[in-house]
Design a protein around this ligand. Structure first.
Ligand SMILES: [Zn+2]
Length: 349
């Protein structure tokens, strides 16, 4: 089997994918129709510029505007279930066998859902997808940087009721430049008190000080992106020693200008220096990508070999927020498939 075929066939995980960054134009048209909202066009391809960025995207703020277009259609339990189900369907098409889907409950309440209701509906959609497509799927609830402490505390509180019942962690996302991680200590102290694992978007639109703050004061055991880690040697060695995985999302990281182009993307440097990281899609719809493409890009641009990619895939299993027995099962499952594909030798591990 050639490399491209293998990349597509290999079992994969996606640990960093946003629910509202995966809505297909066809689904959007259906949801708009149900709600009686007119779209700028009724031709699928004409809708793409409204929901997708290109390489000419100037920064994270511009990237985030694409979500404003989609959010009004994701305000009912039914819509949330449908979109969550489709995320699992799309994952299955790319041989993803485990996915952690994140979304911000407070952004889906315009029609009267509570934060807890919205989590419930996303979990229901994922469960339906899991049953249909055999992809294990869990939720991460996101707190927003531009929301009040009270609104974010409400998310943590709601998330705690679903921990172990479909939800695995909480996160912080949004405008990192304006709202540094240090503003959210109280919010994530509550997550720690309630025993909810934490991942934080950091080192994407702002520097490594946000990564340091997320780990030391917000209790992050993973970092969303962390692309700018390399700007501080001391934070870099801390992340290496604590074995905190970065959730890298190559295409998205280039589009949001976390670094200035592929030449400056530090993925090879991080690999060679022993920084743990996983490869993820962030927003397949907005970025026009999928997980197979992400692996193809790092193979083509940075010379990642099949052996190295196998390591990255298994890093992803290890970095998942699954319970340890489920994680062990998943790892076994992956190793067996990888061995059958001829890229892994169980006897050597
Ligand atoms: Zn993200």
């Amino acid at each position: 089997m050639d490399m491209l075929r293998l990349l597509s066939e290999m079992p994969k995980v996606d640990l960093h994918i946003h629910l509202d960054g995966c809505v297909k134009p066809a689904t959007l048209m259906r949801l708009a129709d149900q709600r009686g909202i007119a779209l700028p066009s009724n031709v699928e391809s004409d809708l793409l510029p409204y929901v997708q960025v290109g390489e000419d995207c100037t920064n994270l703020t511009e990237y985030l505007t694409k979500f404003d277009f989609v959010l009004p259609f994701l305000q009912t339990g039914e819509a949330l279930e449908q979109v969550a189900f489709e995320v699992v369907e799309q994952a299955a098409e790319h041989r993803i066998r485990y996915i952690e889907v994140r979304f911000a409950p407070q952004l889906h309440r315009k029609d009267g859902l509570s934060a807890g209701d919205s989590i419930h509906h996303v979990i229901e959609g994922l469960k339906r997808g899991e049953a249909r497509f055999g992809v294990k799927a869990r939720v991460i609830a996101i707190c927003m940087r531009n929301h009040s402490v009270a609104a974010n505390m409400e998310v943590i509180e709601a998330a705690s009721h679903y921990l172990g019942h479909g939800l695995v962690a909480v996160d912080l996302a949004g405008d990192e430049t304006t709202y540094p991680a240090s503003l959210f200590r109280e919010v994530f102290a509550l997550a720690r008190t309630l025993g909810i694992p934490v991942t934080i978007h950091a080192g994407e639109a702002a520097g490594p000080e946000n990564i340091e703050e997320a780990v030391l004061h917000l209790g992050a055991s993973r970092i969303g992106h962390g692309v700018r880690l390399k700007e501080s040697a001391s934070v870099m060695s801390m992340i290496r020693e604590l074995r905190i995985p970065l959730e890298l999302c190559p295409t998205s990281n280039i589009q949001t200008k976390a670094v200035n182009g592929w030449d400056a993307y530090p993925i090879r440097e991080y690999y060679d220096q022993g920084i743990l990281f996983t490869v993820n899609t962030d927003n397949p719809g907005v970025s026009g990508t999928d997980i197979t493409k992400e692996y193809r890009v790092i193979a083509e641009k940075f010379g990642f070999t099949l052996v190295e990619i196998t390591t990255l895939i298994l890093n992803g299993v290890e970095a998942s927020f699954l319970e340890s027995n489920e994680k062990a099962d998943l790892k076994r499952d992956f190793e067996e498939i990888l061995e059958k594909l001829g890229v892994y030798d169980l006897k050597k591990h």
